[in-house]
Design a protein around this ligand. Structure first.
Ligand SMILES: C[S@@+](CC[C@H](N)C(=O)[O-])C[C@H]1O[C@@H](n2cnc3c(N)ncnc32)[C@H](O)[C@@H]1O
Length: 264
């Protein structure tokens, strides 16, 4: 596969991949990974597949947990994300990386004890088909851990709520299903999984700070939305400037949702 892959509007090219890596090193997303790793409850020797491994931060942390007797494999459809993850894997314990899609996982049946996928299924065209692939590569009674955002959960203070509404609507074009969490448990059950845990993982940024999830999101949103849902470039710039100028009055929150299911 040459070049970069466009995922329903969002191109995980070198620039976006670098921005996402930066956002994923903020305390907000470090905390999210801690919650995900608690749900994963990995043990030494576990074999784990990370679908949509992205910048490889979670994969590197999981590699520490499973140790040398375990195995961490990461797949992703973005060459630039895999390049970033590759530099991280070089520095720590081995993570096997491969260019591949959730639609066709290049591993034999029953290869893994655990499959994890964070912030990926909302970009996937055929979630049920991807879950069939996850089930195929999991051993019997293996677990899948999924985390996705419901973009209907965003609360973001603005001086212009009408413009904020249009920008958020435009940004929903960046993925396939901006509201996946509200139906995901049903899809898991229809795909033959038993859902064992569901919880909310909120992010709250009160007061503006560059080193937060939402400060990085401002850059990603303002680069993406021009040309979507009638938002012009100057409006996107004004939207971003407004938020950055709110200082101590800045307020942002959204919810990710975490699902653990077992392949019985
Ligand atoms: C928002 S990033 C999340 C990265 C990583 N899972 C994390 O939480 O740090 C989304 C990632 O999913 C990847 N992706 C999107 N659709 C995919 C698919 N169908 N199969 C595999 N990876 C996919 C993108 O290339 C990108 O690296």
């Amino acid at each position: 596969m040459g070049g970069e892959v466009e995922v329903d509007g969002l191109r995980f090219d070198p620039e976006v991949s670098r921005q996402i890596e930066l956002v994923y090193t903020t305390p907000d997303v470090i905390e999210q990974r801690r919650v995900v790793r608690t749900a994963l409850a990995l043990r030494a020797g576990d074999r784990v597949l990370d679908v949509g491994v992205g910048p490889g931060l979670l994969a590197a942390e999981m590699a520490e947990e499973v140790g040398p007797s375990g195995r961490i494999c990461g797949i992703d459809i973005s060459e630039s994300m895999l390049a970033i993850a590759g530099t991280r894997a070089d520095a720590g314990p081995g993570v096997e990386l491969e260019l591949a899609s959730a639609a066709w996982i290049p591993h034999p049946a029953e290869s893994f004890d655990v499959v994890v996928s964070t912030q990926v299924f909302e970009y996937v065209d055929d979630v049920a088909g991807a879950l069939d692939e996850v089930r195929r590569v999991l051993r019997p009674a293996g677990r899948v851990v999924l985390l996705d955002t419901d973009w209907g959960s965003v609360v973001w203070r603005s001086s212009d709520d009408e413009r904020m509404g249009r920008v958020l609507t435009a940004f929903e074009d960046h993925l396939v299903d901006p509201h996946l969490p509200r139906t995901l448990a049903d899809v898991l059950v229809k795909s033959g999984f038993t859902v064992t845990h569901q919880s909310v993982v909120p992010i709250l940024n009160a007061g503006y700070d560059d080193h937060t999830y939402s400060a990085g999101l401002i850059d990603i949103v303002s680069a993406f939305v021009p040309g979507h849902a009638g938002v012009a470039e100057h409006e996107a710039r004004a939207w971003a400037d407004d938020l950055r100028g709110l200082g101590d009055s800045y307020f942002f929150s959204l919810n990710r949702y975490l699902f653990v299911a077992s392949a019985l």
